[in-house]
Design a protein around this ligand. Structure first.
Ligand code: FAD
Ligand code: UDP
Length: 391
């Protein structure tokens, strides 16, 4: 009998497994229907030995010291500040839009103050900013919106920005200075030996067993457990009782080139051309020296694995119905991007999982009074291979 069955070995499931096993000394089984741990943050070495991210570029950034300190128990870090260029009108220009973006695009020589006035002249007055279109046109005007945001957003979401909640494009700020970093957070790092290594260390505890290639729906009645943490899609858990929640998917094309570098920065966005949204070159992220280089092209899709909840009022309403059911389901905790239907970054999911652990810890007596097992060293992990489950 497991104290906990945890569905999903991504950030949400792995953080909770680690906390429950190490802090409450409870027995945990983590299952994932994929063939690996790490969820969407899973990375691996390709045939040429280049470290790539199987599900697109994952850059860690946070303002939370608590989250950073927590993860630092399981990894060393490589300092990395993310920079993105967008191909617009035949030029590669900084995104988020900043002083250099406007000066280069229009062959101007504005100062920051002059750019503020330049934006003010073009910005559209929107009384109630509700949509992803409102956010951008009210700051920089329609022309820059159309060049940098409308096409990308339509491709990425299959929806016009006017149909999406403001929170989507609000993720990308507008700047009047020359700061060309994608994120402004205090902590910006990549795990030094990759995400998968970090997950292996997190889950490396004698109280934790792992089964991959194991779908919850197939094993739920066969695995005795007292309580459940569920990090998969919430509508699937309830057999789509109220209908399907929309999730946006992606198809990834992984490519290795027989040349040392392909592009000047880790990510180049294509808002106006091509079927893909962006191209990632991993060596910029990982710092790995290698004579070849690995890229990923992202093609948005309405079919495939669920990657993004779609932030839209009607979807939120449908989610709320499932959430009410979830709250009325005893002994099950719903955590993570798919189960709480929130467009959360990795750090937010870690924060959500740590908060869930605190709630569990406050509410539940510890199961049993077993002697705490000693923690094996990180290096011992190799001989504790993942236990493959039914395919
Ligand atoms: P997931 O990582 O999705 O893990 C859930 C796991 O549950 C999956 O492995 C799934 O296989 C498993 N599962 C689901 N249902 C079942 C079932 N029935 N049975 C068994 N297993 C099941 N965040 C950042 O902070 N920085 C970034 O740069 C960044 N880039 C991203 C790029 C892309 C393309 C995407 C899609 C996301 C990105 N994110 C980024 C977000 C990040 O991936 C998520 O915040 C994080 O991985 C969510 O963790 P999670 O555990 O909630 O979900
Ligand atoms: N976006 C855009 N053009 C860009 C970058 C982003 O229109 O060059 C919009 C798009 O709608 C995207 C959203 O802003 O989905 C959030 O961008 P982010 O880079 O945060 O997306 P993620 O990395 O989560 O896919």
């Amino acid at each position: 009998m497991y104290d906990w069955l945890i569905v999903g070995a991504g950030f949400a499931g792995s953080v909770l497994a680690e906390r429950l096993a190490s802090q409450r000394n409870e027995r945990v089984l983590v299952i994932d229907r994929r063939a690996h741990i790490g969820g969407n943050a899973y990375d691996r070495h390709n045939d040429c030995g280049l470290l790539i991210h199987q599900y697109g570029p994952h850059i860690f950034h946070t303002n939370s010291k608590q989250v950073f300190d927590y993860l630092s128990q399981f990894t060393d870090w490589r300092s990395y500040e993310h920079r993105v260029l967008a191909e617009v009108d035949g030029q590669l220009l900084p995104i988020p839009i900043n002083l250099d973006t406007v000066n280069k695009l229009y062959a101007l020589d504005l100062t920051s103050e002059e750019l503020e006035d330049w934006f003010a002249v073009r910005a559209e007055k929107v009384d109630d900013i509700r949509t992803s279109e409102d956010v951008v046109v009210s700051k920089v005007g329609r022309e820059l919106y159309e060049k940098f945001f409308r096409g990308y957003t339509r491709k990425q979401w299959g929806l016009d920005p006017s149909e999406l909640d403001k929170s989507v494009t609000a993720r990308v700020p507008t700047r009047t200075n020359r700061d060309d970093r994608y994120f402004g957070d205090e902590y910006q790092f990549m795990p030094k030996c990759g995400y998968t290594r970090m997950f292996e260390r997190m889950l490396d505890h004698p109280n934790i067993n792992i089964m991959v290639q194991t779908d919850y729906r197939r094993v739920k009645d066969a695995i005795p457990h007292r309580r459940l943490v569920y990090t998969g899609p919430i509508d699937e858990f309830f057999d789509y009782r109220f209908g399907k929640l929309p999730y946006r998917s992606l198809h990834f094309r992984h490519v290795t080139l027989d040349q040392e570098w392909h592009q000047p920065v880790a990510v180049v966005n294509y808002p106006l051309t091509h079927d893909y949204t962006r191209v990632t070159e991993y060596k910029h992220l990982t710092g790995q020296p290698h004579p070849r280089t690995a890229l990923t092209y992202e093609f948005p899709s309405s079919t495939g694995d669920p990657y993004y909840p779609v932030p839209k009022a009607e979807n939120q309403e449908l989610f709320k119905k499932y959430e009410r059911l979830a709250l009325a389901t005893p002994n099950v905790w719903f955590v993570g991007r798919l189960a709480t239907y929130r467009y959360y970054n990795m750090d937010q999911i870690v924060g959500q999982a740590l908060a869930t652990f605190r709630r569990i810890n406050g509410a539940l007596p510890v199961e049993g009074k077993r002697k705490a097992p000693s923690r094996p060293s990180w290096g011992d992990r190799e001989d504790r291979a993942l236990i493959p489950g039914p395919v």
